[in-house]
Design a protein. Structure first.
Length: 176
């Protein structure tokens, strides 16, 4: 009886997480673009769009950070140019958005009980999100985001291990 309630609760939490994180990372930005467009606002709040040359290559170059921690260091050292909310969202938010994934995957699926599986999945998903954002012109491609998302997923995985160890929750609670 309790196992069934536990299982249902985990799935509800997992689906809620997927919906919420998808909204934050993709759909909120798409909705903003649609609202801008329908109100006649032609500027894009998320990316600089090149009007000359090879448009896609120029847009990618202008909206990408391929140097690890360049933007993170810039946000922390130039905090007088960025609001606290902006800095928090771009650093802590990127960690927190993938933390539940690293926590829930091993609880829901047997194949994610090992670190490598979680690491590969979190890395793949975060790279897909970054490519979707730059391709759809709803965000920038930032290697810092990828690194921080991976840190979040890995932290969630180790947090699950720590909680299981401290509370003596055994692997039979993992849904198969």
């Amino acid at each position: 009886m309790w196992y069934k309630i536990y299982r249902i609760t985990l799935w509800v939490v997992f689906y809620s997480y997927i919906c919420f994180s998808s909204y934050l990372l993709i759909f909120q930005r798409v909705i903003t673009r649609i609202i801008y467009y329908t109100n006649g606002i032609t500027t894009n709040p998320y990316v600089y769009l090149s009007q000359e040359g090879n448009r896609y290559i120029d847009t990618f170059a202008a909206n990408s950070n391929l140097v690890p921690f360049r933007n993170t260091v810039r946000y922390l050292t130039s905090s007088d140019h960025f609001s606290f909310v902006f800095i928090f969202n771009n650093i802590i938010g990127n960690i927190l958005v993938f933390l539940p994934l690293g926590l829930l995957l091993p609880l829901l699926f047997r194949q994610f009980r090992n670190f490598t599986s979680v690491l590969i999945t979190v890395t793949s998903l975060t790279i897909m999100v970054e490519f979707a954002q730059i391709t759809l012109h709803i965000g920038q491609f930032d290697v810092d985001d990828i690194i921080l998302n991976i840190i979040g997923g890995v932290t969630g995985f180790w947090l699950k291990k720590l909680i299981a160890e401290k509370t003596k929750i055994k692997s039979q609670l993992v849904i198969e």
